[in-house]
Ligand binder design. Structure first.
Ligand SMILES: Cc1cc2nc3c(=O)[nH]c(=O)nc-3n(C[C@H](O)[C@H](O)[C@H](O)COP(=O)(O)OP(=O)(O)OC[C@H]3O[C@@H](n4cnc5c(N)ncnc54)[C@H](O)[C@@H]3O)c2cc1C
Length: 429
């Protein structure tokens, strides 16, 4: 029986493992194994909600092992480290940190991306990155610890501007903007939990962007409107501000004074993990992604597919497909079909990325554009846009759990969020 290993159970890899399990694992045509460093899956586009307590990872997670049991694939928890292409073997560290090996006939790499500090001095040491659920949980704990220690000051003295909690986020892309928009609400929710002097006025949130506007992936008009919404909520938007170093007291721009920060967050771009660069002699891009052919097979090995953020898939327009969940999900679909075709000696399909638009959530509202047939764009705003963004998450859940289970999952999680009303997890729609 053919052995298929998928490494990384994120937006792309988890959907792929589930589909392959249902198709090939169920009928014993192949043995499918998913390897992930974590034991459960959380949808990465919602990490800013985990970080700010809007989403509870204990409610919204899906355990890989139980998904595998129901969808005919094996799950191994481990951190992938290397490939031996001659032996067709991967190596990984198990949960005891011991090196283990696993053989494959077909390998799929779907390990996503990590933050890119572009070598900026001090960033690694002083900044928090929103790379995975563990980082999001750590950020939430840091924020709560800061708010808690600040409570005693609020009780004792009049707060001046310099006494406030300064949070600076470098990177005006979707991650930075969505995170910034949640922070004032997090403080309000925290204040409502018996610390009623805590309010969003005590927070100074800055979004720092090197170029002349935030959200470059969106039309200028939409980005300007989102900028205004953020400003109305008291968030400072500092454009044309290039950060040259970070120190314990804040960010230092190329021009002007230090941007003071008690909590420093870096969301200024992503790259594939450093160890992927030319791993096992495979071709890689400048940002460590593995270069794939239109079939999503690596350029130097047809038995290795790469999908999602760690894949460099050049498109007809001369650009690589973007590092987004929608690209990862589209790649997962083509990769699934190509693995089935490969096993049946059929010709493989070509991956063509279709941009369906971008929606940015701003806590209780959202804004963005949907791409319609014929390259037309439709602007969406408000509760409707928020609903569409939520729908994308529900579609992801449905592709993992099926429609019936997703309905039960949503009902159960709504009940859990209502029941946990004494915690800060009260804002969920
Ligand atoms: C806050 C935030 C908001 C976002 N909003 C959007 C949005 O609105 N729309 C959109 O399209 N995209 C959005 N994105 C981007 C999107 O989340 C990613 O592009 C997408 O998750 C990439 O999917 P992936 O399958 O390549 O990797 P991921 O979903 O990141 O999954 C990678 C998996 O690999 C595992 N892994 C990593 N390294 C190893 C290793 N060495 N060994 C074993 N396992 C490993 C991880 O645990 C993880 O499960 C957002 C991202 C963030 C952070």
């Amino acid at each position: 029986m053919k052995k298929i290993i998928i490494i990384g159970g994120g937006a792309g890899g988890f959907e792929l493992a589930t589909e392959l399990g249902d198709k090939l694992g169920k009928t014993n045509q192949a043995a499918i194994t998913l390897v992930d460093k974590n034991s459960y899956h959380l949808w990465k586009p919602l990490l800013h909600e985990v970080a700010t307590g809007v989403l509870d990872e204990q409610v919204d997670n899906i355990y890989y092992a139980s998904q595998g049991q129901q969808h005919y694939f094996q799950f191994t928890q481990g951190t992938f480290t290397n490939i031996d292409r001659e032996k067709k073997q991967i190596s990984f560290l198990n949960i005891k940190d011991e090196t283990m090996f696993m053989d494959y006939d077909i390998l799929v790499l779907a390990i996503g991306s990590t933050s890119n500090d572009f070598g900026t001095p001090g960033v690694k040491e002083h900044c928090i990155f929103l790379d995975d659920q563990n980082a999001a949980i750590r950020l939430r704990e840091t924020l709560i610890a800061k708010f808690t220690s600040f409570c005693s000051i609020v009780d004792e003295k009049e707060i001046k501007d310099e006494d406030k909690i300064h949070i600076a986020i470098v990177g005006g892309g979707a991650t930075g903007v969505e995170l910034a928009a949640e922070l004032p609400h997090m403080v309000e929710a925290f204040g409502a939990c018996g610390r009623n002097k805590m309010c969003s006025d005590l927070l100074v949130v800055s979004v720092i962007e090197a170029t002349d506007r935030i959200l470059p992936a969106l039309p200028a008009k939409t980005a300007a409107s989102i900028t205004q919404t953020l400003k109305n909520r008291g968030i400072r938007i500092l454009t044309k501000t290039m950060i040259t170093k970070a120190e314990s007291d804040g960010f230092y721009p190329k021009e002007g004074n230090i941007i003071k920060a008690d909590i420093m967050i870096w969301t200024a771009g992503v790259k594939a993990p450093d160890f992927l660069k030319e791993i096992a002699g495979l071709e890689s891009s400048r940002s460590n992604q593995l270069v794939v052919k239109p079939t999503l097979q690596t350029t130097r090995d047809d038995n290795i597919f790469v999908i999602g953020d760690c894949a460099y898939a050049m498109q007809d327009n001369g650009h690589a497909s973007p590092a987004t969940a929608q690209a990862a999900q589209q790649m997962a679909k083509v990769c699934y079909e190509n693995i089935v075709r490969l096993l049946n000696n059929q010709s493989l399909k070509v991956f063509k990325y279709v941009d369906k638009g971008t929606i940015i959530t701003l806590h209780d509202t959202a804004q963005g554009v949907l791409k319609l047939i014929g390259k037309n764009e439709m602007s969406v705003k408000g509760r409707f846009a928020l609903m569409i963004h939520r729908l994308l998450y529900r579609i992801h859940q449905a592709s993992l759990l099926g429609i019936y289970k997703t309905i039960r999952f949503v009902s159960a999680s709504k009940f859990m969020y209502k029941t946990k009303s004494s915690s800060i997890f009260t804002n969920r729609d």
